[in-house]
Design a protein around this ligand. Structure first.
Ligand code: SAM
Length: 195
């Protein structure tokens, strides 16, 4: 089987708007993102748009056991790469918009959600059907972590009823990247979550 990066680049040539990047994220971004994840919270870490697993590797390096990671990836060839390269993780080959209907919805509270979906470009309702079930599964104090290259919030917080802020900026990535953390606007600030 071809390397993950080769599969990723080939898919980007075919459907650049779906894949949204020519190259997988770099290890510095992966490590920075993993350090934003509250691994001391119970539950699984849900990764949306896992691609070749470049961010998954950061979670594993940070000490997240593979069996706590659930990776969602729409492209069958990338899901196959994830299954090959990370035999211990649970891979869902499917659309992140269906997370509320998948087994993840029966998983119980999640420790964190990490997303590298090109979510900024999704319609508002699509953003809502992805983010809201995740916030419900995270519960109080849980964070939906989203990477972006946009230098501004990739989600319209007011329209989605979210609070959030940029928590990290990584200059030495393929492209400079930011990590945003989101939580429900109605969540009390005393809920104990990281912000
Ligand atoms: C910018 S790439 C990030 C890949 C990898 N996590 C990284 O950081 O290198 C976005 C990934 O999200 C996947 N994706 C896009 N839309 C999706 C959706 N609606 N559901 C699941 N995966 C999706 C793409 O196939 C692609 O692998």
């Amino acid at each position: 089987m071809a390397t993950g990066a080769t599969v990723f680049f080939g898919l980007w040539l075919q459907k650049p708007l779906h894949i949204a990047a020519a190259n997988p994220s770099g290890p510095r971004l992966a490590d920075a993102l993993a350090h934003c994840v509250a691994l001391d919270r119970p539950g699984a870490v849900l990764e949306l748009g896992a691609g070749t697993g470049s961010l998954t590797r950061g979670l594993v390096r940070a000490g997240c056991p593979s069996d706590r990671i659930i990776a969602v990836e729409r492209e069958p060839r990338l899901a196959a790469v994830l299954r090959r390269d990370f035999p211990g993780i649970r891979v869902i080959q499917g659309d992140a918009t269906r997370i509320g209907e998948s087994f993840v919805a029966r998983e119980g509270p999640l420790a964190a959600v990490v997303s590298s979906l090109p979510i900024k470009w999704f319609p508002l309702e699509t953003q809502r059907v992805i983010v809201q079930p995740c916030l419900d599964l995270l519960g109080p104090g849980g964070r939906f972590l989203q990477i972006t290259n946009a230098f501004s919030s990739p989600l319209p917080m007011e329209r989605l009823g979210l609070s959030g802020r940029e928590v990290c900026r990584v200059w030495l990535n393929v492209l400079p990247a930011q990590i945003w953390a989101y939580w429900g606007k109605t969540e009390l600030s005393s809920a104990g979550g990281q912000s």
